[in-house]
Structures are given as structure tokens and as C-alpha cells.
Design a binder for this molecule. Structure first.
Ligand SMILES: C[S@@+](CC[C@H](N)C(=O)[O-])C[C@H]1O[C@@H](n2cnc3c(N)ncnc32)[C@H](O)[C@@H]1O
Length: 338
């Protein structure tokens, strides 16, 4: 059974005959961020001209560009991002669309303040595409990737908060292990945390390459060969990917920010308004699923996605970053209540 969007439409590719396969990338240039499940987001939110729409996670404006086209000259897009560099980078792209928008360097957890400053009392659609963008991962100076040596920073907002190095060099061993286990699903969490603490007694950790080396020593990857074993490339992802993910979530307080967003959503959405959230981590997906279900039971939402919407096989092939993405949505009760 194909999944259906809040208005009962199936998720399908646009039928515009002039729009070719791969055109969904047109808001990005080569090597930059490709928006995940763009068609599914647009089908879910079904933005009408004149609507007020929030994109909580602007990134490279892959989703924002299309949402801005959809609101038209009488609507408005408000987009936030923790990363000030994104705001400057995408402003000209959105200006070229020619419809009203506001960009705000802000945490989406502070959306009520952002909207109040704009004089907006409610929004018709809201998108959050969680996690980090390809530009953040690709920039070694940000410290997000174990594949590129750089300072252990990992802050999305470079103006505030503690860096990954701060946390690695000061947190008790139990807290590090708990983060690697709970936020990274890392089986060797204790061994890796112990290796970090032993190393920092000699000298503080400062570089991603040092951390990667420690992880590889504490949790060596055993390459399994033979029939039925996954290919080497897949097996090698493991401990460094998981530990870097856990640290990024910890540094940016990603679960706390998401919980706050989920809490304020029913007050932000207009009656009949729709929220769509894309997550890449099982802990985030569990929070979203539980919050939408509780919101439905409490009479805030009239319809919620039963199962998450997933990228198509074509998208997963074209954009491997999309592989673990899950989109869930909820629609706030209309003016006549639920
Ligand atoms: C996956 S990217 C979004 C990509 C965007 N949808 C696109 O297609 O170009 C996630 C973005 O959200 C931002 N972000 C993460 N947590 C945030 C938060 N709590 N508040 C605001 N922005 C946040 C990150 O800085 C990053 O730019």
C-alpha cells in the first residue's frame, strides 16, 4: 500500500513534463547539500499560496526554496538555522525567488520568540530536517567528520556552547560512555571512553584525527569476509561514525532542542496546519513518534503518519545521506476541533 499524505494524496514524483529526473537537486550545486525527500515534504505540507510556513532547519535552502515558491507573493517563509554561515550563504538564492521571507540565526527551540518578533501568531506548515548539512560535514574546520582532520569543534552555532574538545577533555568517563552508547549505539562505548580519558591525562585532545585514531585502537574494526557477509565498505563505517554522531548530538543538545520543538508545536501551528519532521537517528524518531501519538490522544492533532515515510530506492542510490531518513507528520485539529 503506498503511503498517503495528510490530504490523502499518494507520494509521487512531480508530473511536470519539463521536470527531468534529478531536477529535485536544482536548489543545490555540485558538492553541496541535496535536500532529502523533497517531493515527499512538498506533498505532505501541500503549501497553498498565501500560507505562512516555517523551515526550522534552513541548511542550504533546498527545502526552503521550494516552500518559498509555494507560498507565493502573498505568503511568507520564515527560516531559522543555528549556523550563521547558512543564513548569509542562501540569502541571495531566496531573494531571487521574489516572495516574502525572513531568515533568522536562531535555535528552533526559540521559535515562539522568533515568530512573536515577526508579529506572527500561527503558521500553516512547518518543516524540520534534523541533523547536519553536507556543507557542515565537508568543512574540516567544523570538526564534524572523522574522514577529515580538523579541530574538535562540532558546534552548529560557533558563537556559543561547549566544543567537542571541551566535552571530551572534561566529562567523566561514565558520561562519555553513556553518550557513545545511548546517542551512537556504540557497543564498545566503555572501551572508547576509557581510552579517551587515558589519553587526555597525557595531553588534551584537540584534533579529529587524534580521536579517530583512539577509536580505531580501542574498537578495532574486524572485517568479516566470506559468503553472506556485507561488503567491506559497509562494515568499516562503524565505531568512528557512531562516536562522531554521538558527540555531535551531545555538543548541540539535539535531543533537548527537538523535545522543546515538539512541546511548542501545538501552540505554533494554526488550526489545520501540518508539521513534517525528517530525522536520521532512532532516538529522535522515537521522540517524534511518541509526541505525535500523545498529541493526537490529547486532542491537538487530528491525523498523524502511521508509519514513517522513507526515501525511494532511487533517492537512496542518488543520495546515500538519505538512507536512514524517516519523515513523520502530524496535522493540527481544524477550527471545528477534532
Ligand atoms: C539537514 S540540514 C538541513 C538541510 C536543508 N533542509 C536543505 O535541504 O538544504 C540541518 C540544518 O539544521 C541546522 N540545525 C540543527 N539543529 C538546529 C536547531 N536546533 N535550530 C536551528 N537550526 C538547526 C543545522 O545547522 C543544519 O544547517
Amino acid at each position: 500500500m503506498p503511503r498517503r499524505s495528510p490530504r490523502g494524496k499518494p507520494y509521487h514524483k512531480p508530473t511536470n513534463p519539463n521536470r527531468k529526473r534529478g531536477d529535485e537537486r536544482r536548489s543545490t550545486r555540485s558538492g553541496e547539500h541535496v535536500p532529502v525527500m523533497l517531493t515527499e515534504v512538498l506533498t505532505t505540507l501541500a503549501v497553498r499560496p498565501g500560507s505562512v510556513v516555517v523551515d526550522c532547519t534552513l541548511g542550504f535552502a533546498g527545502h526552503s526554496g521550494e516552500l518559498l515558491r509555494a507560498v507565493g507573493p502573498t505568503g511568507k517563509l520564515i527560516a531559522t538555522d543555528l549556523d550563521a554561515a547558512n543564513i548569509q550563504r542562501v540569502e541571495p538564492t531566496l531573494t531571487a525567488v521574489g516572495h516574502p521571507f525572513t531568515l533568522q540565526h536562531s535555535n528552533f527551540a526559540a521559535l515562539p520568540t522568533v515568530l512573536a518578533q515577526q508579529g506572527i501568531s500561527g503558521v500553516d506548515a512547518l518543516l524540520a530536517d534534523l541533523g547536519m548539512s553536507s556543507m557542515q560535514v565537508d568543512d574540516p574546520e567544523r570538526g564534524f567528520s572523522f574522514l577529515r582532520d580538523g579541530p574538535l569543534d562540532m558546534r552548529m552555532d560557533r558563537n556559543r556552547g561547549r566544543t567537542a574538545a571541551d566535552l571530551l577533555n572534561t566529562l567523566p568517563v561514565e558520561e562519555l560512555a553513556a553518550a557513545f552508547r545511548d546517542l551512537g549505539d556504540e557497543p564498545a562505548a566503555e572501551a572508547i571512553a576509557a581510552a579517551i580519558v587515558a589519553q587526555r591525562e597525557a595531553a588534551p585532545l584537540t584534533r579529529t584525527a587524534e580521536l579517530t585514531r583512539l577509536i580505531e585502537q580501542a574498537a578495532p574494526v574486524r572485517i568479516l569476509r566470506g559468503p553472506g557477509q556485507p561488503p567491506e565498505r559497509k562494515q568499516k563505517l562503524l565505531p568512528a561514525t557512531r562516536v562522531f554522531q554521538a558527540l555531535r548530538i551531545l555538543v548541540n543538545r539535539e535531543l533537548a532542542n527537538l523535545q522543546q520543538l515538539l512541546r511548542i508545536l501545538p501552540d505554533i501551528l494554526n488550526p489545520g496546519g501540518t508539521v513534517a519532521i525528517i530525522s536520521f537517528h532512532s532516538g529522535e524518531d522515537r521522540l517524534i513518534k511518541a509526541s505525535f501519538r500523545d498529541g493526537q490522544l490529547a486532542g491537538h492533532y487530528d491525523t498523524i503518519s502511521d508509519e514513517p515515510v522513507r526515501p525511494t530506492e532511487d533517492e537512496k542510490r542518488a543520495n546515500p545521506r538519505s538512507r536512514s531518513a524517516k519523515l513523520r507528520w502530524a496535522r493540527k485539529c481544524g477550527p471545528k476541533a477534532c
